[in-house]
Design a protein around this ligand. Structure first.
Ligand SMILES: Cc1cn([C@H]2C[C@H](O)[C@@H](COP(=O)(O)OP(=O)(O)O[C@H]3O[C@H](CO)[C@@H](O)[C@H](O)[C@H]3O)O2)c(=O)[nH]c1=O
Length: 373
């Protein structure tokens, strides 16, 4: 084991050189301060005390270490504030730690933001992924034994479905937003490093996630926040678009399975088989919130406001998750009703978190704290 002092004195790790204890695997998780990333870091730190989990995160508006407050003092957790677009900084982290595995989640993820600012998505999602692949390749040389580079991706790479059918692992890519095009590009680059350089890669493509710690720009936390504050509930177009919702903790469980037991060079689709038209989901949220807040039934529904549709709005996503079920035995652990109820409770109990992320105060606090590192 690494001596306690070595871990606790984080400043020491900066000058000690390669952080390498042969009894402890160093695993890099990028984007670990974000929504899905923080759930994965929590799972890995808790479930695998013999792993040293290094969370590399830039701390954008959507990520803050506050999300990991409950585990940040664990001896097997380290935080590195790094922008994956900065190739030198990424190389330095790979020099400092001897990683046996990389789980790459860091990404710009909001479709609407990708429409107003595509460049940032290409830089972070495409160039950032390339920088990580290059750093891993340099660090690992040609010795790939027991190494894994795992790219966590989205079902949006497959494009838009009509009223019928599902996305399968071999569905042709047809990304239609700058966000999904950037994720499709990074998937292709990851696969290219497998075919060209023999890098042991894995990819998963997951459907829409919901749960605690999701930035309230995404549909579910945005609606919860607005219902609480009696603000309008903006439903794009006629609300007929369909999404396949999965509890974020179940996504983290799936990533754990794929990372440890998935086949190298393969893709796994992850989804909850839980399709909802946006308007039906918003109705469910309204009714759930009315009940939990002790309001008159029908109160929240009056806040629904149909607004201009998203440009190029994909109609429907639906995942066929047979492969991960048959190969790895993964199935969701909760029903949508259970997961949604837990989620609503969390946002109602964590008002301060919601206020701080929307005002940016966590971000400012942590950015000041880490700016000289
Ligand atoms: C924010 C917002 C969204 N919508 C609609 C647009 C979509 O049809 C649906 C869900 O929107 P979003 O929560 O933005 O999620 P969506 O665009 O589906 O993409 C999500 O799901 C993807 C996986 O499918 C992830 O890769 C993305 O990172 C994630 O953002 O709700 C509204 O009607 N009103 C809203 O205010």
């Amino acid at each position: 084991m690494i001596s306690k002092g070595f871990i606790e004195d984080k400043s020491k790790t900066l000058i000690t050189g390669v952080y390498n204890d042969l009894t402890m695997k160093n695993i890099l998780i990028t984007g670990g301060s974000g929504f899905i990333g923080s759930h994965l870091v929590r799972l890995m730190v808790t479930k695998y005390p013999d792993y040293n989990i290094v969370n590399l995160d830039k701390l954008t508006y959507a990520g803050n270490p506050e999300n990991l407050k409950d585990i940040e003092d664990k001896g097997n957790y380290v935080f590195e504030r790094v922008d994956i677009v900065d190739a030198d900084a990424v190389f330095k982290v790979f020099e400092k730690y001897d990683f046996s595995g990389v789980i790459h989640l860091a990404a710009e993820s909001h479709v609407d933001r990708s429409i107003s600012n595509p460049n940032e998505f290409i830089m972070t999602n495409v160039v950032g992924t390339l920088n990580l692949l290059n750093a891993a390749r340099t660090s690992w040389g040609s010795n790939f034994s027991d190494k894994v580079f795992y790219h966590v991706s989205t079902d949006e790479v497959y494009g838009s479905l009509g009223d019928e059918g599902f996305f399968y692992e071999d569905t042709a890519y047809d990304p239609r937003s700058p966000y999904s095009a950037s994720k499709a590009s990074s998937d292709h680059i990851v696969r290219a490093y497998y075919h060209t350089f023999g890098m042991p890669v894995k990819i998963s493509n997951c459907s829409n996630n919901y749960g605690s710690h999701q930035f309230p720009e995404k549909l579910i936390p945005l609606m919860i926040n607005n219902i609480k504050k009696n603000k309008p509930l903006p439903v794009y177009g006629e609300g007929l678009n369909v999404r396949d919702w999965l509890w974020v903790v179940d996504h983290a469980r799936a990533i754990d399975e794929i990372f440890h037991r998935g086949k190298v060079g393969e893709t796994y689709n992850i989804g909850g088989h839980n399709e909802w038209k946006n308007i039906d989901l918003v109705h469910l949220l309204c009714d759930t919130m009315d009940e939990k807040l002790g309001r008159e039934p029908g109160t929240a529904r009056k806040l629904i406001t149909f607004v201009k549709d998203r440009a190029g709005h994909d109609l429907r996503y639906a995942i066929d998750a047979t492969k991960i079920k048959n190969e790895l035995g993964w199935v969701p652990s909760v029903t949508f009703e259970e997961g949604l109820s837990k989620t609503v409770d969390w946002y109602l109990e964590n008002e301060e978190w919601l206020e701080n992320v929307t005002s940016g105060s966590y971000r400012n606090y942590y950015q000041d704290q880490y700016q000289n590192r």
